[in-house]
Design a protein around this ligand. Sequence first.
Ligand code: NOJ
Length: 447
Amino acid sequence: MIQFSKNFLWGVAASAYQIEGAWNADGKGPSIWDTFVRQPDRVLNSHTGDVACDHYHHMEADVALMAELGLPWYSFTISWPRVQPRGRGALNPKGLDFYDRLVDTLLAHGIRPKATLYHWDLPQALQDEGGWPERSLTDRFAEYARVVFDKLADRIHLWATFNEPWVAAFLGYGHGIHAPGICNAQAAYQAAHHMLLAHAKAVQIFREGDYDGEIGLILNLNHVQPASNRPEDLAATERVYAETHSIFLDPLIHGCYPEAFYNWLGPHAPRRAAGDLTQIHGTVDYLGINYYNTDTVAYDISGGWLKARLTPYVAPGWGFTTMGWGINPYGLRARLRDLQTRYNNPKLYITENGCALPDQPDENGFVADYERIAFLRAHLCQMHAAIEEGANVQGYFVWSIFDNLEWERGYSQRFGLVRVNFDTLARIPKQSAYWYRQVIQHNRLEC
Ligand code: NOJ
């Protein structure tokens, strides 16, 4: 039996584009994802987020359901083009009002809000000016952050600036898999650097504004391990680590850039202005960690600019999720231990963890997802083991409350604790939702 501290924070997470729908309602501007999903062959089955879970129109009922499920925290993200349709200047009062009502509704149900400013849905107008590789976007982001803090920071006390900047920069600008669909290594590194700088500017506004609460950044830190002890495999693993961890964490926590890696990258490395580093250093009150899977890394001359080939690793006795990701609960513990030793034991929240599985609903739409329960239990047990070993983990959020749009994979992946029927939009909690309610209620579980 493992027991969590009484202040341990439990919740669920979702993001704006993946659940809200209402893509052009009430004055919302288009985002790069609204554009991307309309291009041929970008998203499986040409699915779009036009309707998604239509959370925008079901918000009150959705929050009531979260309360029924005993959820103390809800982590949501704010759609920048809903608030500021062109990414600069004029605000959209109805868009801001939606988040204002969401926060009030959550609080009225006793649910604490955690908000993220950027989960990949950049206003299209800013992409038309060049997108994240353009340095001026950092000021646009700061302006947007100020608007949101002014409106909501009296009631939201846990903030994140960016969700998974690696994904936004590298899948969006480097590999062309996500919006805006660009394939250019230098653009990706430049975008990543600008996201860090934009993060720092927003944090400065938050701190100078004397808002009450914590602000941090969320990184996707999957575990990576070398395919062998051969020097070339070890070096390839270090490069993957550098791109996913060091380019963000070295400047944020140690106040330096991973220079050796940037030298290796040569012309792909980002341009950095004098003063950027000082501005970025020390700007996280906490780190959000999204953990899903583990990869094995081998040197491969054809492995893109990193010269690395990643193969999913599956821990003994486990298998793959429908994403094709290898399940490895011990990878979470290893990640947490690594942050403890390499990055000064920062305060952490697990801001996402969960799995997409081939859920089989019965005739009433109920899913008895014992495999998801096994996944969550095993990850919670490993997280707890890391806490016992000294990792400073203060909270845990399941991804996701609802089945939703899994980006380029459309609606083919079901991550929810609650099943969504995308024809009728009916929501039906799965077995895992009731299991999670018990864990939260007792603040402990059997490992
Ligand atoms: C991380 C992302 O933040 C989220 O948008 C996505 O759906 C999940 N991982 C699952 O891939």
